[in-house]
Design a protein around this ligand. Structure first.
Ligand code: C2E
Ligand code: CA
Ligand code: CA
Ligand code: CA
Length: 279
């Protein structure tokens, strides 16, 4: 290999080009995968404290390709950049509503209070999103409030139309949850301008539980804010029994995380709901 400054420049260009090529390859592959039915959804329980009963679920997408499962962190950004998220997102929303209807038929309509779907920045900028959501809840006969749309602060601030879309979704009656709460620049400010029903307290704050007053300050402060504003809170990324206990002590009612359950295939949620009836 060549040496010196020139070689470093060449190597940098090559890796940039590699990244761009990789991106284009993933984009083409995403399109193919969508038609080939390679995507599926897992559902992670959201439980009520302290007993840990599943009261809601969050849908999380996976891509199975060549016997390998690809994480959304790898392909959602590419789907966003290429606009493919709009088509993929419509499939996700329809699939989630169909699944909610199936669980409701099988376990009774009170078995799950809500089923959440993640919506990204690019989707909020799409003028068709509200019709996609309205169409899916009507087609599958889901009460609007049972569908929770999880948005992030970054997504709401992504552009002019995003906030109007959130308002229109809220007017449909769907539940709006602010995801990764506390990680953005204006999380609290957003609560004033956006019709939020729930906040999902980010894992990074849950990680600090048990670490003393400074580490716990935000988790504690958020309960007061949520109560004043009439929002419900979900603590994300709960990995230990100690964290779950501490959340309950601090007045948290809902939690989600590997301590309770990993994201699961629909049949495993069926088993869980069957078991809960008998306990
Ligand atoms: P998110 O919405 O914040 O989802 C929570 C992520 O944390 C999930 O990762 C979940 O598996 C993981 N998680 C849950 N409990 C724990 C825990 O106790 N410990 C740890 N370490 N992790 C936990 P996942 O499924 O890989 O999804 C990553 C991100 O990809 C999501 O973050 C969301 O932003 C995005 N995403 C996933 N599914 C979809 C989708 O259907 N549509 C869109 N637009 N984005 C999605
Ligand atoms: Ca989420
Ligand atoms: Ca609302
Ligand atoms: Ca989150």
């Amino acid at each position: 290999a060549a040496s010196g400054a020139g070689a470093r420049v060449v190597r940098y260009d090559a890796s940039l080009e590699q990244r761009l090529t990789q991106r284009a390859t993933i984009a083409a592959d995403l399109r193919r995968g969508l038609t080939a039915g390679e995507f599926h959804l897992l559902y992670q329980p959201i439980v009520e404290l302290p007993h840990g009963r599943t009261v809601a679920v969050e849908s999380l997408i996976r891509w199975s390709k060549d016997g390998r499962t690809i994480s959304p962190a790898e392909f959602i950004p590419v789907a966003e950049d290429t606009g493919l998220i709009v088509e993929l997102g419509a499939w996700i929303i329809d699939t989630v509503c169909a699944q909610a209807a199936a669980w409701s038929r099988r376990h009774g309509c009170d078995a799950l209070r809500s089923i959440a779907v993640n919506v990204s920045a690019r989707q909020l900028l799409d003028p068709g999103l509200v019709d996609v959501v309205a169409g899916a809840i009507a087609r599958h006969g889901i009460p609007a409030a049972r569908l929770t749309v999880e948005i992030t602060e970054t997504a709401v601030f992504a552009g002019g139309r995003a906030l109007a879309t959130v308002n229109a979704l809220s007017a449909l009656g769907v539940t709006i949850a602010l995801d990764d709460f506390g990680t953005g620049h204006s999380s609290l400010g957003l609560l004033r301008i956006c019709p939020v029903d729930a906040i999902k307290v980010d894992k990074s704050f849950v990680d600090g539980l048990g670490g003393g007053p400074q580490q716990e300050a935000i988790v504690i402060a958020l309960t007061g804010i949520a109560e004043t504003l009439g929002l419900y809170t979900v603590a994300e990324g709960v990995e230990t029994a100690a964290q779950a206990r501490r959340l309950h002590e601090l007045g948290y009612r809902y939690a989600q995380g590997f301590h309770f359950a990993r994201p699961l295939p629909p049949a495993a949620i069926d088993d869980l709901l069957d078991q809960q009836v008998t306990t």
